[in-house]
Design a protein around this ligand. Structure first.
Ligand code: C2E
Ligand code: MG
Ligand code: MG
Length: 721
């Protein structure tokens, strides 16, 4: 009701009601008053007050009635006695019908009464005298029932009506002869007065009772309702999710029973809530906060950072080699390993917090799923802070883990996104940190890298590229170009290198630089490499059928080479094409060749035994171990084009070329100088004793048919001398 009232009169356009004197807003006072009026204490107090008041009034009224009755009886008795005395006094006068005396006597008598009327009848019902105070009643004295009845019966009659009493007293002479009747009607003024003073007194007593008992009642009700207040505030606390409390009511009544029921309910709710919370926000394998909890916390701290102009960071962690370890350990042990990783990450993060005295804003380590974790640093002083924490995490994970008596070596790749500049919401920050992490993974892992806007761009482009590349393989958009290799001394064609091209539907002919890395990253390189190998073998077989026995060189990528069954697939390609193995040369880059020399030897040897030759591509750019080089089953060094390009201008490059050539000579290997573009380079290389040359100077990579034409032209030129 009160609320309705406020709504009605306190609408949007209403000026708030002000105190006319102080000018202060009165709404709070009114609200407080309304609240008090609605409170149970007030209701019970008012009820008690009303009961006290009603009870007092009822008791007083009952008491009043009995007092009134007694007073009236007393007054009637007194009037009867007076009238009987008058009857005795006037009996002889009445018997003699002494009208004068009787009338005079009555006049005198009436003057002593405050309100009243008197008359006397003789036994013949004749009025002997009458007297009245204010005005005479209209009743017919000779037939008035009461007086006639008293006269007829010879005894006293009276009737009381409210405060008016009528008495008729028969008059007897001394010898008991009935001679008449005296009638008196009297207003009992005293009774009225008694009544009004009694009402006044009763009201006073009732008010007094109210004054004394009402505060007392309020006090008692307040005390009695204290547990209800406690229950209310407990329920209010519970609704604000604080269920970890108990109500202590020892009143021994229903409220104590209710409080105990509340406590049991809170305890159960608390347990359930904690269970739900755990399921919703905790990762059950590692006991770390999960993705959802991380998202919420990140949302809070990024908002805070924006408000306070602060800086923080999200670190995206992905374990290196975890999958391999997990596969070999089994799921149970894998989970244990994750648990150990989680503990180590938490310890490192906590250590960083303490070092920086950031206990109030601790970092949060969460598990996103699989082998992915995040660390949220709510406050950093510049990027170096985040980099320092990331480095510590990388170092910590590098240390071996002891599991089931084995030492397990892991690594972690960390991408860092700093907020607010790299994103202001958890999703963006995670995405960016993830991109930076992928960058670390590509570069070999076990390190950390900050997000750069270019990564966003390249990630999208790469996605498009990968999808298109898949199409390229399926839709036969790949073509093989051939670049001639010539002999140093007379520049006759001595073979060709097969170089893949992509006939892109919209972008035109693409060189490998535009797509090889993407193909390697999405694994398509295996399929692609196999396709190139088969195409090149077929082409070389075709040259052979034309009477040109040129060996063809095919590039092999690391993934392709490391795959089980590589040797078999090469032999298969040769057989399918009908090409003798000695007409195939496989090029491995120096980094592949030196990554795991023992394994390379075991992979290469069977093919080499069949006659396939091997070349180390881009030689000079990697870190070859001399010890292994001497044992490696290779046939050709391909001198990287950067040395060839610079050898005419840079003495260091020339020394590298000289050294490679000398080394090849002592190891009895052939050499191919790549990227020969000028006659000067050619002269120098020839002087230094390189075996073959390959470069724009002789011919760019060209289509298969162009290459055949090229060889024919070259043959013609040679024949012409
Ligand atoms: P690479 O094996 O070192 O191939 C030689 C690269 O040098 C070719 O680039 C060729 O066009 C270029 N080149 C040759 N002579 C000259 C010259 O005189 N000057 C200059 N500036 N460059 C010259 P291309 O065709 O763009 O291939 C680049 C790389 O892509 C190759 O380097 C090779 O590592 C890779 N590649 C090409 N085809 C394949 C393939 O089928 N499979 C794999 N795995 N890799 C391939
Ligand atoms: Mg090559
Ligand atoms: Mg090369």
């Amino acid at each position: 009701m009160i609320n309705d009232h406020y709504r009605q009169f306190g609408g949007m356009n209403e000026v708030p009601k002000k105190d006319p004197y102080s000018g202060e807003d009165m709404a709070p006072i009114r609200n407080a008053a309304a609240r008090i009026m609605r409170s149970l204490v007030m209701k019970f107090t008012l009820l008690t007050g009303a009961l006290i008041f009603a009870t007092t009034i009822m008791l007083m009224t009952l008491e009043g009635f009995s007092v009134q009755r007694e007073t009236r009886n007393l007054l009637v008795d007194r009037s009867v006695a007076t009238l009987e005395a008058v009857a005795t006094r006037l009996s002889s006068n009445i018997a003699t019908s002494d009208v004068e005396f009787v009338d005079g006597y009555l006049d005198e008598l009436v003057s002593t009464m405050e309100h009243g009327e008197l008359y006397v009848l003789n036994n013949r019902r004749e009025v002997l005298g009458e007297a009245y105070h204010d005005a005479r009643t209209t009743l017919d004295r000779t037939t008035d029932a009461l007086a006639i009845m008293a006269l007829g019966a010879g005894d006293l009659r009276h009737s009381v009506d409210g405060t008016t009493v009528e008495i008729a007293v028969p008059v007897y002479t001394q010898n008991r002869r009935l001679v008449g009747v005296i009638y008196a009607r009297q207003n009992l003024v005293q009774l009225t007065q008694t009544l009004s003073s009694m009402i006044k007194r009763q009201a006073l007593i009732a008010l007094f009772a109210l004054g004394v008992f009402l505060p007392l009642a309020a006090l008692i009700v307040r005390r009695a309702l204290q547990p209800v207040r406690e229950l209310t505030s407990a329920a209010r606390l519970a609704s604000s999710k604080n269920l970890d409390m108990r109500i202590n009511i020892k009143s021994g009544d229903e409220l104590e029973v209710l409080a105990n029921a509340f406590n049991r309910m809170f305890a159960r709710l608390d347990g359930n809530l904690k269970r739900i919370h755990r399921l919703a926000y905790v990762d059950l394998v590692t006991e770390l906060p999960n993705r959802e909890r991380f998202r919420k916390e990140a949302e809070r701290v990024t908002r805070q950072a924006l408000d306070e102009n602060g800086e923080g960071a999200v670190l995206f962690l992905d374990l290196d080699r975890f999958k391999r370890v997990n596969d070999s350990l089994g799921i149970g042990e894998g989970d244990r390993l994750l648990e150990m990783v989680a503990r180590r990450l938490s310890e490192v993060a906590r250590g960083c917090d303490l070092a920086n005295d950031r206990v109030t804003d601790p970092s949060l380590v969460a598990r996103l799923g699989g082998d992915e974790f995040t660390v949220l640093l709510p406050k950093i002083d510049g990027e170096s802070d985040a980099a320092r924490v990331a480095k510590k995490l990388v170092d910590a994970i590098k240390l071996p883990f002891e599991i089931s008596g084995h030492q397990v070596h892991l690594g972690v790749s960390i991408g860092i996104a700093v907020f607010p500049q790299d994103g202001a919401d958890p999703e963006t920050l995670l995405r960016h940190a993830d991109l930076a992490m992928a960058h670390v993974k590509r570069a070999g892992g076990s390190s950390a890298h900050f997000f750069e806007p270019a990564m966003n761009h390249s990630a999208f482009e790469r996605l498009v590229l990968e999808n298109e590349l898949r199409d390229a393989v399926l839709k036969d958009q790949l073509v093989v170009y051939y670049q001639p290799k010539v002999t140093m001394d007379d520049s006759t064609v001595a073979g060709a290198e097969a170089l893949v091209r992509w006939q892109h539907p919209t972008a035109g002919l693409l060189a490998p630089g535009a797509f090889i890395t993407a193909a390697e990253e999405c694994g398509l390189i295996v399929e692609m490499g196999d396709w190139v190998l088969r195409a090149a073998c077929k082409e070389a077989a075709r040259w052979r059928s034309l009477g040109k026995e040129y060996p063809v060189a095919v590039n092999v990528s690391a993934m392709q080479f490391e795959r089980e069954g590589f040797a078999a697939s090469v032999l298969d390609a040769l057989e399918d094409a009908g090409l003798p193995p000695h007409l195939l040369e496989l090029e491995l880059t120096e980094s592949i060749a030196m990554k795991d020399p023992e394994r390379v030897i075991s992979q290469v040897q069977p093919l080499r035994d069949r006659g396939v030759s091997f070349a180390i591509d881009d030689f000079g750019t990697g870190h070859s171990s001399l010890a292994y080089l001497t044992r490696m089953p290779f046939d050709v060094f391909k001198i990287d084009q950067s040395f060839v390009r610079d050898m005419t201008t840079d003495p260091h490059a020339r020394i590298v070329v000289e050294t490679i050539l000398a080394m090849a000579e002592s190891l009895k290997l052939k050499t191919v100088a790549e990227g020969v573009e000028t006659a000067e380079q050619m002269t120098l290389l020839r002087a230094q004793g390189a075996t073959l040359a390959q470069g724009f100077y002789f011919g760019r990579p060209m289509s298969a048919s162009d290459f055949v034409e090229y060889t024919e032209r070259s043959d013609r030129d040679r024949a012409a001398g």
